[in-house]
Design a protein around this ligand. Structure first.
Ligand code: FPP
Length: 265
């Protein structure tokens, strides 16, 4: 699909979100509450990832994006970082076959250059193997940061300008083509588990008009009900994209076709 920026054109909306983005928070607290080491929460977190993928595919969600490791997570204790890397490798080795068998495409976004070459290789092979699947695109954001993403897109445009010997003109939509998630529509629904109410440098550009949903549930407890509660909350929202409620009434002629370009603000 061609990425369309929600601030340039009002996207088509359906009751089920096309794209859900999740910050999977609360693994450590889940474990601590049970007097387990923090990393036990991450292990259980992988089970919750499986649940989220299955339930999103079942609900008809087309894109699911999970924040697995942020550019700031390197600040954690070295043992926890190493554990998360090993868990990522194990999950890739064990789960990719199942994803493929279920028609799920896997993509990984982020600055992968800092990862071990073995992980980079596993990622490349998993992406190639699942590249033709269309049921659901599962994106894992790893060593990802929203600011990193905007910077790398700007850098690509700057490099293009240098190589062409002129300032390459670009607008918002063209800029967005260089973002890591250019292949996906902007998230309709953002979910953060674990009780915190912040975005933590996740998809800064793409969340401009995304509906936000926060739940106290810790990530290892994420289940079909958590997802259906979030989707039900989403279905009740009025997504105006800068328009008025009256414009959304069925009788309003310009309700869905109005292009934000032509609005005064
Ligand atoms: C946040 O919980 C979670 C993470 C930083 C890691 C998320 C990783 C997984 C769910 C498992 C691996 C995922 C894949 C895709 C293989 P936290 O540790 O910040 O919890 P806390 O806030 O309770 O301390």
């Amino acid at each position: 699909m061609t990425y369309t920026s929600s601030t340039v054109r009002v996207p088509d909306i359906a009751a089920v979100p096309r794209h859900i983005a999740i910050i999977m928070d609360g693994n450590g607290r889940w474990a601590t509450q049970r007097r387990l080491p923090r990393v036990a929460g991450h292990t259980r977190g992988v089970d919750a990832v499986r649940t989220a993928v299955e339930e999103c595919a079942r609900a008809g969600v087309e894109y699911l994006t999970l924040f697995a490791f942020s550019s700031e997570n390197w600040r954690r204790p070295v043992e926890e970082v190493s554990f998360l890397m090993r868990l990522f490798v194990t999950a890739l080795e064990r789960e990719v076959g199942k994803l493929h068998a279920n028609g799920i495409r896997l993509r990984v976004v982020g600055d992968l250059s800092l990862f071990d070459t073995r992980i980079q290789d596993l990622i490349r092979r998993a992406e190639t193997k699942t590249a033709r699947n269309t049921r659901l695109t599962l994106t894992i954001a790893a060593n990802y940061g929203g600011r990193w993403d905007i910077m790398q897109a700007a850098r690509k445009l700057a490099e293009q300008s240098v190589s062409e010997g002129r300032v390459v003109p670009f607008d918002e939509s063209e800029f967005a083509q260089h973002l890591a998630l250019a292949y996906a529509p902007e998230p309709d629904l953002f979910i953060r588990t674990g009780g915190e109410t912040r975005i933590s440098n996740f998809l800064l550009w793409q969340l401009a008009y995304t509906e936000l949903y926060f739940t106290d549930a810790y990530w290892p407890d994420f289940d079909a009900k958590t997802l259906s509660d979030a989707i039900a909350s989403y279905a009740r929202r009025e997504r105006r994209f800068g328009r008025t409620s009256a414009q959304l009434e069925p009788q309003s002629q310009d309700a869905s076709s109005q292009n934000a370009d032509s609005l005064p603000c």
